[in-house]
Write a protein that binds this ligand. Sequence first.
Ligand SMILES: [Zn+2]
Length: 257
Amino acid sequence: MREVHVLPCGYEKGDMSSLTLLKHAGTSVNIPYHIYLIEDSDFTILVDTGTSIHWRELHPKELNEAWPIQIEPDEYPDRILDSLGLSPDDIDYVINTHLHYDHCGNNAMFPKSTFLVNEDEVTHALAPGWWESLCYVRAVFDLPNLKYQKINGDFDLKPGVKIIPTPGHTEGHQSVVVKLEETGTLVLAGDAIYLRENLEGPVLPGLYVDAKRFARSMSCLQHIVDLAHGCMLLSHSHEYLSPQGWKLLGKGISTFR
Ligand SMILES: [Zn+2]
């Protein structure tokens, strides 16, 4: 039996226009962090590791001022895994959708895992342009004891677990498509889409490196979900797309089977 658990890992405060470009400026919102555990009888995969629990010490001041962070101890990834009967050492693979601080912040917790990151993403994270540098915090991902495997393009990690490139938000952003028995196709979009409004507007997010490729990645994911009558989860939204339309995640851990 394969399950995907949605793990809430805190939130940050931000202006709504950082999610929807030039719209709703001046409206402060709580932006939730979600990471995902793919639990199979043969393997365990974590998709993203959230914002560092040591963000106060490790992040530059301007980052914490731009998006003030709130993470409770029971939202630390190792503690959530513990509540599910797992330890970080049980995680075989970690897929980082990208290397922004809020998606790889706790990579240090997983020294036994193999990390799968897009090659272009690694290049940009290590030597970012000025327009993208605020969101890359080298101290949380560039750690000599971690095993990174760089990938390029589509990557079948396991039968029914596929990584696909969805650039635009960042140069090497990737999403994950998981096949489940009851749900069918479940897309873990990462930050390829922030919110329902990005799709329905359509409206770009406030943060992107390439508008055209962002739009293409967004419609590619929409097509995958439409064709398969599947579901899609977004890293920073409590809403998810289902064949019956948009639905709300429950409080705490949600599970798709
Ligand atoms: Zn993010």
